[in-house]
Ligand binder design. Structure first.
Ligand code: GLU
Length: 471
């Protein structure tokens, strides 16, 4: 098969929760593989579980995929709207002798299981209606697939290698429930066929399902797709990452100031690698991604590394590219930058190296647009810096700054150095720190001479003078 024309992958989330890291990594790999081969990436919402599926989760999943830039092709497909298709497919399986109606009640199935346990057997449906040929006229029934009873089913997984199981270990699974709704294994296969999916890429928790699904493909006499089962992701404490762990909700990463490209890059490295490269552009990921380079063993989530990747992206994005996100973050904090003289792009350049996430960067930029209020200063720090020992030098700094003709970082720094040279008792931080506190409201910022240059002479001096009055 030529990949160039024909790759079709799909991401098939169940909207029973928000999109989390594991699901998003699956979506990313499906997306990259399809884009690499100029194929299609399809989104299928598996919402047949009527009780647990929620519209809010669908919206969140779509928003998270869009935020990550994993744009799907065509309209999303909703399984809840395709019941007819599944019913027809089930009927065809009955007609070809590959499926049958079963009237077992829950109590009967429970009794069957108890009996098998007593005999030391693995509990499974015993196939008691396999030959009953029950017609559609009975009132309550499920439809079961006639799984082969002998031999084994196997396939060559593109990541895991050969996978197989004896058919005697698989029972006749339900494909249509009593209420006429299809079960996952069945509608996944019907849809994968209908949508022309060539590569099924999903988590390795689906390996056994894939074996069952292979039997369905064979019964339907349709060529099986290729399968690639992705290794687990373990959480930071080494346990399996679960959808229920809210900490890994994709939209939370957005709220935490993680850049979508950075999270995508980080996720790509969860189980996949290319030499020892860590940072990839989106184009490089599409070009280099390869199912063959996915590891079999579990990947482990590493928060510090994720932040390191994010920091890397923040540092290397252009200031202009970071502007829109910062504008929206500043806007959320009601910081109005519209009338100010300090250009956002210039200050981003000074601060971005220091910030691991966009929230921190936005936080650092606020001081250019909003004077820190004295209430917000740490009083202990004020007391530490404004002392009888430092005040004479600080007053001299104030005068010196006022007299500066050239307001730039180098001149400000020279002035501080001169004052330090004049007085053996005074060190550089004794002067620089109070100036920093006055200007930014904090004791951590880029070189204060550079900050002061960007903030401008009038505003910097006004803030410094107001601080000195506190002494
Ligand atoms: N709805 C299934 C899940 O969320 C999809 C599995 C598949 O990709 O077939 O796990």
């Amino acid at each position: 098969m030529s990949y160039m024309e024909s790759v079709v992958t799909r991401f098939a989330p169940s909207p029973t929760g928000a999109l989390h890291l594991g699901g998003a990594r699956t979506a990313l790999f499906c997306y990259l593989f399809a884009r690499k081969h100029q194929g299609k990436f399809i989104l299928r919402i598996e919402d047949t579980d009527r009780e647990r599926s929620r519209k809010e989760y669908v919206d969140e999943i779509l928003a998270a995929l869009q935020w990550l830039g994993l744009q799907w092709d065509d309209e999303p497909v909703y399984q809840s709207q395709r019941t007819d298709l599944y019913q027809q497919a089930a009927q065809r399986l009955i007609d070809s002798g590959n499926a049958y109606r079963c009237t077992c009640t829950i109590d009967e199935l429970e009794a069957m299981r108890e009996e098998q346990k007593k005999l030391g057997e693995n509990p499974k449906y015993d196939g008691r209606h396999r030959q009953s040929n029950l017609g559609a006229d009975i009132e309550r029934f499920v439809i079961r697939f006639k799984n082969p009873q002998v031999g084994e089913v196997s396939f060559a997984d593109l990541v895991q290698g050969d996978v197989h199981v004896g058919n005697d270990e698989l029972d006749d699974m339900v494909i249509m429930r009593m209420d006429g709704s299809p079960t996952y294994n069945f509608c996944a296969v019907v849809d994968d066929i209908a949508m022309g999916i060539t590569h099924v890429v999903r988590g390795d928790d689906h390996l056994r399902n894939s074996l069952r699904q292979c039997n369905l493909y064979d019964a339907m006499e349709v060529q099986r797709p290729k399968f690639a089962h992705l290794p687990l992701i373990l959480n930071s404490s080494g346990a399996r990452l679960s959808k229920r762990e809210g900490a890994y909700n994709i939209l939370d990463y957005q709220a935490r100031g993680i850049l979508p490209e950075a999270l995508g890059n980080y996720m790509a490295r969860l189980g996949w690698s290319h030499k020892d490269q860590e940072i990839f552009t989106s184009a490089e990921l599409v070009e280099l991604f390869d199912l063959k380079s996915i590891q079999k063993s579990p990947a482990q989530y590493d928060e510090q590394k994720m932040l390191w990747v994010n920091h890397n992206y923040i540092k290397n994005q252009t200031n202009a590219d970071l502007c829109p996100i910062l504008l929206s973050l500043l806007d959320k904090q009601q910081v109005d930058i519209s009338n100010d003289k300090v250009p956002l792009e210039a200050i981003i350049g000074l601060h971005k190296e220091r910030c691991e996430d966009m929230n921190k960067l936005a936080e650092e930029l606020i001081c250019y647009y909003k004077e820190p209020t004295y209430d917000s200063y740490n009083k202990e720090e004020l007391a530490e810096y404004l002392t009888a020992r430092t005040m004479p030098a600080l007053n001299k700094l104030n005068e010196g700054l006022q007299g500066l003709e050239q307001w730039d970082a180098a001149s400000i720094k020279d002035l501080i150095k001169q004052l330090v040279a004049q007085d053996a008792d005074i060190k550089f931080p004794d002067i620089a720190m109070p100036l920093r506190l006055a200007i930014t409201g904090t004791t951590s910022s880029p070189s204060i001479d550079k900050v002061a240059e960007l903030l401008g002479k009038d505003e910097s001096l006004a803030r410094f003078a107001r601080m000195l009055q506190q002494a």
